[in-house]
Structures are given as structure tokens and as C-alpha cells.
Design a binder for this molecule. Structure first.
Ligand code: SF4
Length: 208
């Protein structure tokens, strides 16, 4: 379940303790592993909310692309549909050279889903705008070709996790992250004026 679209699910999350911290599956680039296509973190480690570095949280990093394709690698992009359509066989993941990476990306998504199940994660924090980890916004077609065609939707790993009922949030879902922090830290008042990614004015105006 995508928590920004189902805020009531935040209430049903269990209360973490130091003995039983929240187990949070996290995109490895957000965690700080240099697993982006160019061998960096894309600077995404700076986008991880600092309050997650709490004794009440155990982060479980994983990169489905690095798992199957290694790093550095060429950019895998969605063609013809979102992550659910890739899993259903009606869309593909291609590299910029046209090489079909669909099977590899699905295998990485399956490995991520196994990890989520093994650790019985409470939710996942995923990097948005990735054709693999995106949970709110993705792109269709090769991202080396301008203009990049963004749309609302989920990437392949996010879709696979959703099939298993894993709750998720992206690093751009600021309102949901505020509410999660309030669930974690007794007395914390969430900033209810924050916006989740799908409510960002640019996303509302430009993306279908
Ligand atoms: S596949 Fe996911 S974890 Fe790996 S670099 Fe892309 S967004 Fe980060």
C-alpha cells in the first residue's frame, strides 16, 4: 500500500521499541551505498530523513539494479508501461542501447520482495522517479533523450512489493514522512502543510 494515498495505514503501523525497532527496507542509494548507475549515490543519501537514524528504526538497504546488473551500469528505462505492466509482460525495461533488461530488473525486484518478506518489514522507503524503485512518479522511454516523459506510476520493484502488500513511501513524500516521524517520536507535531509528491503543484499540473 502506498502510504501517501492511504494515510490511515500509518495509524495501523505497530509502535516500535528499541528491542523491536521498525524494520524499514530502503533503496540503497538513499541509504548511502554508491549504487546509482554512475557509481555514486546521486546525492540521495542527503535526502534520507535524519530522524530515521534512530534506535527505534533498523534500515535494511537493497538495490535491485545493482543486485542484477552491478555498478556502474547503463540506465534501465521503462518502455511501454509502468512496473505492473512490466511484471505482466506488456511493457519492457531497456537500456539506452536497446538491450532488453526486463528479466534482470524483474529478478532484482523479486530479490527485493524476498528480502522484505524475510525481514517482515514494516514499510519501505524508496527512491522516487526511478523505473525500478519509483513509487509515485516514473518516466517512460530513454532518459537520455529530452524531453523526459514523466508520469505518475510505480517502477518494477515498487510494483512487486505492492503485490506482496508492502507499505511504502518515497523520499519526496514529505507529509507522509512527517506523519511517520510523529508515529515514531512521542510528542512530535507533524507539519501538516507539507506535501506528498503527488500533491506537489508541478506534479499536479504536468503529470497524468
Ligand atoms: S534501483 Fe533503486 S536503489 Fe538502486 S540506484 Fe536505482 S533507485 Fe537507488
Amino acid at each position: 500500500m502506498r502510504l501517501p494515498h492511504h494515510p490511515e495505514a500509518i495509524e495501523s503501523l505497530r509502535a516500535p521499541t528499541e528491542q523491536e525497532p521498525w524494520r524499514v527496507l530502503i533503496s540503497a542509494c538513499l541509504f548511502g551505498w554508491k549504487v546509482a548507475v554512475d557509481g555514486t549515490t546521486y546525492g540521495l543519501d542527503q535526502a534520507r530523513p535524519p530522524w530515521l537514524d534512530s534506535p527505534l528504526v533498523r534500515l535494511i538497504p537493497f538495490c535491485p539494479e545493482d543486485d542484477q546488473l552491478g555498478t556502474p551500469r547503463s540506465m534501465p528505462d521503462l518502455h511501454g508501461g509502468d512496473g505492473f505492466e512490466v511484471l505482466a509482460g506488456s511493457a519492457k525495461v531497456l537500456g539506452p542501447d536497446g538491450i532488453d533488461l526486463t528479466e534482470k530488473i524483474i529478478a532484482g525486484a523479486e530479490a527485493m520482495a524476498r528480502l522484505a518478506l524475510e525481514h517482515q518489514v514494516d514499510f519501505a522507503l524508496l527512491t522516487d522517479r526511478s523505473g525500478t524503485c519509483g513509487s509515485q512518479v516514473i518516466s517512460l522511454g530513454c532518459r537520455h533523450e529530452e524531453p523526459v516523459q514523466y508520469k505518475k506510476g510505480v517502477g518494477v520493484a515498487a510494483a512487486r512489493l505492492l503485490q506482496d502488500g508492502v507499505h511504502m513511501v518515497s523520499q519526496r513524500d514529505f507529509l507522509t514522512l512527517e506523519r511517520l516521524r510523529a508515529k515514531l517520536e512521542r510528542g512530535y507535531q507533524p507539519d501538516e502543510t507539507s506535501l506528498d509528491h503527488h500533491d506537489h503543484p508541478w506534479v499536479r499540473e504536468h503529470l497524468a
